[in-house]
Design a protein around this ligand. Structure first.
Ligand code: ME8
Length: 631
């Protein structure tokens, strides 16, 4: 299949309610690397990212910060831009959904759907999670009724809304996904999307009555466009749907690739293409869905507050290595559990040893033993190690067609390992000692050739350091794509090769304050807080108390615990008269399995301190309502 030569790569547009974290950086670096790879391999590529600025989530954050929604958006979209700048992200356009041009295009697009009669009015009732900015079903909730992502209780919402006739497009859309006309990768996510068609996919509401911070509907100004619909339209508003000068080139004539994590798959793989079909607009070509970066097995997310910021990474490893590491800890498509020490291990293995050290050893030997001059190859067949380099370029290209970014990188790293082995097996230091200058020149030329190819292939990540290496080898700035265009030819290295002034990637050890705290060995009788948290303790008031007949030690107590009434049987008759207990506030374990004592049900256990022949009930030292929990 011949590849089109023009690509249009997008990331999700991120909510501005908080700062970017490495989860957002993951997708953005992936898109940036993909965009740079396309160009490196001789194609045209355009890269769009931006911020999602409407909706109740942003409005609520603004209110908490004492700002107007627009002020918060202006401030935080800059934070995103700055973070991306620090990470050397080179986007072509940064779209904001509060851009007036975007807002106008949202209204135009919705009007088209309305004119084509794909929008109707209805009433919406459901559970809404503000964190997700979406309705969630009872089935999706956790056991205690919370959103599984944000661990907050959703709100019950009932309002008049406008609905999109999704049902009309489900059949044709499914067919487009099955036939690969709309390609969803990787395969397991495609299957997940196809699985959604078997569930009850209903027409969805595309407007909101309660929400004020949004783009008003063109045919009913009392409602705003649902933030998700507003956001999805960014992909066509950026090239100015329907007839802006770039629309045809970027949307219709390019391979459109949307990148995102699995959280927003339904919006992108079902709602968005269905809306485009309704408006007679071409569909995206490829939807690429990656997994989550997890920290301690929990998704890194703003709402959960367990974030690593891009700045943290840059502080630990510098820009180039951060770009490399954030993307290459796990297969693109799978979830990756991050431990910070794994970043250090990978940094040292791939960048410090495999790449940086090889560059340094090779260039130093050329400088010292060959006066900085590599001999031209004798001609004839290319040596295997260089042919292997060409094969690597080919394999990288193949992996990128499937947007298997990590696999593409692994090809380069594997090639660098072979190059290191070639260097070590040929012992250039011994050749130098023995005065075998021709052979030495050949080994160092071949290694430098491999380094040049690897640097070109790593340059989408190592935007600064790979360029420095190429500059050392060629004596001037040589774009990576030019190096790759020379495949099959001898490379014209400079006649004054100098080793980089500074160690490219010095070995690093993890600072002590980042190391996970060693767990204290627990004595046999020590429990963790999670064990204690299993016991539910509450304040109760004794309403009635009486002796249990024929049992000297037992009292039967009737308790009030908040709204709850309970009976317990306690072995305190030797220490308390029943009447003295009435009105007392005591502490009770309220999640004990009920038991029967002398045939009487006891539904809880009171707490008391006991030593020798003394017993004292635990109580509270100020007036607090019954039912109050103890922690
Ligand atoms: O969903 N691992 O914005 P958002 C990997 N505004 N990727 C992660 C991640 C993690 N732990 N956490 C976030 C929205 N991401 C909408 C999008 S698009 C029309 C509207 C990345 O700020 C990943 O790409 O919540 C995910 O899909 C996106 O951030 C969600 O960003």
């Amino acid at each position: 299949m011949s590849q089109p030569d023009s690509f249009y790569v997008t990331t999700p547009i991120y909510y501005v309610n908080a700062e970017p974290h490495i989860g957002n950086a993951y997708t953005t670096v992936a898109a940036d690397v993909l965009n740079r790879y396309h160009k490196l391999l001789g194609n045209q590529s355009y890269f769009l990212t931006g911020t999602d600025e409407h909706g109740s989530k942003v409005a609520e954050s603004a209110e908490r910060a004492g700002l107007s929604p627009q002020e918060l958006c202006d401030k935080n979209s800059e934070v995103f831009k700055n973070s991306w700048k620090k990470l050397n992200i080179e986007y072509d356009k940064f779209i904001r959904t509060t851009d007036p041009e975007h807002e106008e295009i949202v209204r135009n697009f919705i009007q088209v759907l309305h004119d084509k009669k794909y929008i109707y009015q209805g009433e919406y009732k459901g559970l809404y999670c503000t964190g997700c900015e979406k309705f969630i079903t009872e089935r999706e909730l956790t056991e205690d009724g919370k959103c599984p992502v944000h661990l907050t209780k959703p709100q019950e919402v009932r309002e008049k809304n406008y609905f999109f006739k999704l049902s009309e497009f489900l059949g044709p859309l499914r067919q487009k996904i099955e036939s690969g006309e709309l390609e969803i990768v990787p395969q397991n996510r495609r299957n997940e999307v196809l699985g959604l068609f078997k569930q009850n996919l209903e027409d969805f509401s595309l407007s909101r009555e309660r929400v004020k911070w949004g783009v008003s509907l063109p045919f009913d100004e009392s409602q705003v466009t649902y933030v998700w619909i507003d956001a999805l339209i960014n992909y066509i508003s950026a090239p100015k749907y329907p007839d802006g000068p770039d629309f045809d080139r970027l949307w219709n004539k390019s391979t459109v690739i949307h990148l995102m994590a699995k959280d927003i798959l339904k919006f992108h793989c079902i709602y968005w293409p269905a809306m485009l079909m309704a408006a007679d607009v071409k569909l995206p070509d490829k939807i690429v869905i990656h997994g989550y970066l997890n920290l301690d097995s929990q998704k890194i997310s703003k709402s959960l507050g367990n974030i690593i910021k891009p700045d943290d990474m840059i502080g630990w490893f510098g820009v180039d290595a951060s770009r490399f590491l954030v993307l290459n800890m796990c297969a693109f498509g799978s979830d990756g559990d991050i431990r910070i020490e794994d970043f250090y291990t990978k940094y040292n293995a791939d960048l410090a040893n495999n790449y940086g050290n090889l560059v340094s050893r090779t260039l130093k030997m050329i400088d010292r033993n060959l006066n900085g001059i590599l001999p031209q190859p004798k001609g004839g067949e290319m040596p295997d190690i260089i042919k292997e380099g060409y094969e690597t370029v080919k394999r990288v290209r193949e992996k990128l067609v499937d947007v298997q970014i990590k696999m593409a990188t692994d090809e380069v790293i594997a090639y660098l390992s072979k190059l290191n082995a070639y260097f070590d097996e040929n012992k250039p230091w011994a050749l130098a000692k023995e005065g075998k200058t021709d052979e030495l020149g050949e080994v160092l030329y071949n290694t430098s050739y491999g380094i040049a190819l690897s640097s070109a292939l790593l340059s989408p990540y190592l935007t600064e350091k790979a360029v420095t290496v190429l500059e050392s080898l060629f004596g001037k700035k040589v774009p990576s794509e030019v190096v790759l265009q020379e495949l099959g030819n001898a490379l014209g290295f400079t006649d004054k090769i100098e080793p980089p002034k500074k160690n490219l990637f010095p070995r690093l050890s993890m600072p002590k304050d980042l190391a996970p705290k060693a767990e204290e060995p627990l004595a046999d009788n020590i429990i963790g807080i999670e064990d204690f948290a299993k016991v539910q303790l509450q304040v109760a008031e004794v309403k009635e108390a009486e002796k249990v007949p024929k049992a000297d030690k037992l009292l039967k107590l009737q308790l009030e615990i908040g709204q709850d009434k309970r009976q317990i049987v306690a072995g305190i008759a030797e220490f308390y008269e029943p009447d003295a207990l009435v009105g007392k506030k005591i502490i009770v374990v309220t999640n004990l399995k009920p038991v029967k004592l002398r045939g009487i049900e006891s539904n809880g256990m009171l707490l008391a301190a006991k030593k020798k022949k003394k017993l004292s009930l635990l109580t509270v030292d100020s007036d607090i309502p019954t039912g109050a929990k103890i922690s």
